[in-house]
Structure formats: C-alpha cells, structure tokens
Design a protein. Sequence first.
Lengths: 263, 161
Amino acid sequence: MALIASLVLMVMDFRFHQLQYLRDSLTVVLHPLYLIADFPKTAGNWLSDTASTRQQLQSSNASLKEENLRLLARLQKFESLQAENKRLRNLLDASLKVDDRILIAEIISVDLDPYRHQVRINKGSASGVFVGQAVLDADAVMGQVIQVTPLSSTVLLISDATHSIPIEIVRTGERSIAIGTGKIGSLDLPHLPSHSDIEVGDFLVTSGLGGKFPAGYPVASISSINRDTNSGFAQVSATPTAYLERSRQVLLVWRNDQNTAGN
Amino acid sequence: MAQDQNRIWVIWLSLLAAMLLTIVPIPTAIEVYRPQWLALFLIYWAIALPQRISVGHGFLFGLLLDVLTGTTMGENAFSLSLITFIAHQGHARLRSFPFSKQAFAVIALLLIQKAVSFIAIGMTLGITTQNYFWLTPLIGAALWPSIFFILRKTRRRMRVR
C-alpha cells in the first residue's frame, strides 16, 4: 500500500507538479527543524560578534568606511552614466528602466540533498517573495526561487541539473542558454555552433529573455571550449561567477515591471 | 494512567532527531558520506518494537524527509516504507543475529534507499552519481552497533514499550 502510494506521489510530483500544496504545508510544519539545525551557526556568529574586541571593531569599521568611499566614488560615475543612458533611451523612445527593487535575505545553513542544488533562505511570501524570482549574491546571479512559504523559501541554484538560464555573451552579444550540470562549479552551453565567436574568459550576463531574470546581471565566464565535435555544436563550459557554495547573504530582485504590476 | 503510557513520543523524538542530523550543516567535502540516519533509526525501532513501528511510519517519515531535503516527493517515502517493512517482517530473525550478521543485513537495507535514490536522481536530474555515492551504507553499518546501544539504552531508560 505505502509503496504504491509513494510511487504515485513520485509520478505526480515529477510528471505533473501537483504536490506543491502538500510540500508547502509540510515545509511550514518542518520549519522549526531548519531553525534548530541553523542554530549553531547563528549562535557562533552572535558569539563572535559580542566577543570581538574594540580594536577589531575599529579596524573593521575603518575598512568598511574605506570600502564605502570607494563604492560611493564608483556610484557617482554610475549615476552620471545612468542619467546619460536614460537620456539616450528617451531620445530613442525606448522605455527600459534600470532600477530594480532588491531585498536582502540570509541563507539558512542546512544541508539539503547533495545532488540537488537548493538552498533555503529566511525570507518568504510574508516579505513578498514569489516563485520564479531571481536571486543574486554580491557578485552575480545565484538562481531562482522555486518554493515559498510564509517565512522561508527554497532557491534552485543555476548549477542544478534541472536549471537553465538565458544568457548573452558580453563581447559579442550572442545569446544562448546556460544549463546546470549538477556540479557546483560548472555550467554547460550546449547550443553554440562550433564556428561561433567565443573565447575562454568571455563574460556571460543574463539576457532577460524568458522574463524570469532581469537583464544585464553577470552569470558566469567561459572556462573551456572544445570545437572538435561531430555534432556541429561546440562543447562549451562556464564557471559561475557567484559564490554558490560560500555565500551567506543573498539579494532577491524585483524587476521593475514586476514591481509595479505584482506588488 | 501515567505509568501505563507507552511513551511513543520517545520514538517520534528520536526520529525527529535523526531528521535533524540529516540536515545539520557539515563540510561539503564529507557531505556525501553522511550516514542515512533516518533509515538506521527506523530499522532499530522496527526491530525492537515491531508492534509500534511499521510501514506507515516509514512512509510518513520518508515523506517528511523528502520535503525536508528537497528530493522528489515519494522518493524516500518509497525506500523507507520498503526498509521498515522488511525490518518489521524479519524482526524476530534480525534480533537473534550476532552484531556482525546484523550489520550485513543493515547494509542490505540501506542499499535499498541508495538504489531508489539512484534511480530517482537518474530519472529526474539525468545525471549519474559518483562511486562514493554507494559508500554510505558501509558507514551506516559501521555506526550500527553504537546506534543500537544508544537507542536500546534510551528505550530501556525511558521504558518505551
């Protein structure tokens, strides 16, 4: 009986994706377990925060100030560029907005199944998170939200074997799709013809096609190219720019149109 | 009456602890060697108290494990029901086994969970697992004597019947 029931469940989940409600409600029930598992790390952070000396705090404060100054300087440049960009786009009558609303979330440090690249974060539908939302770390795109509960949500990383992300090669503007391999440090680009203009080290950014990811965020850089294949397509792999394994804080992004329409 | 209670909550608590051990963060390098805690605990309870733990518990906790770790719904529910069923059916024989023989039986049971996961990963993700994927049952069997003693001690002290 139980065996048949679980087989039915597997088919329903994988083929028809009909168990989201059951999964959501059970996740809410199990939320305390995540918090308990996360507790040692949180307590450790708290301890190191409270136990740090005046000198450590001063030095970290100084370095943060310096960093802030540097970023502000860069921002000045960025703002003038943004203004210029807006002006030019106005001239062209295009209505693309650059600002995206973001929210910072923290990764709950629990280990999920090692073959599925998912992480849990501590913000959920109570903060306006929605399924399909793009998730970034400080450097690049990490993945997208696949499940939300009121207080937490699950993020599928771009390296998961079931994840694909539409990308654009910065140098040439060529568009393609980067597919996860199930290995944390590598993505595949299976749809590039073997004669296409790509080089090792080329940067990939989100193309914004498909409507899930906002355009222009860094994704990965090309790490190896093998053009000697019989299929007519090159074997291209890329290394994600985001620290998929080491990030502690992530950014949730609302695209401008989603911001006005959905929220 | 309080004395007549079976204290089944001890079993439930231990199974929750096993689920907790499954998601507690450990370094990525050894993450793939993590023992199959929930399966080990369920095997113990099915052997020790077959009147309390049966297929239904395997199914329920397997389903919770699926939700907890983000695997396909039913994947662990299937394997853990099967494992609990076999352990439940063979509890009389398994109890009389010496530890060495018991450990081999445990390896066989744990391999069921691995095989089911292997098929599910292959079908849903389309990737193959590394060879050390199959090592965790050995680690589980190595831990079996200590798990057995700890749980038996808990069972006797708490008078779970």
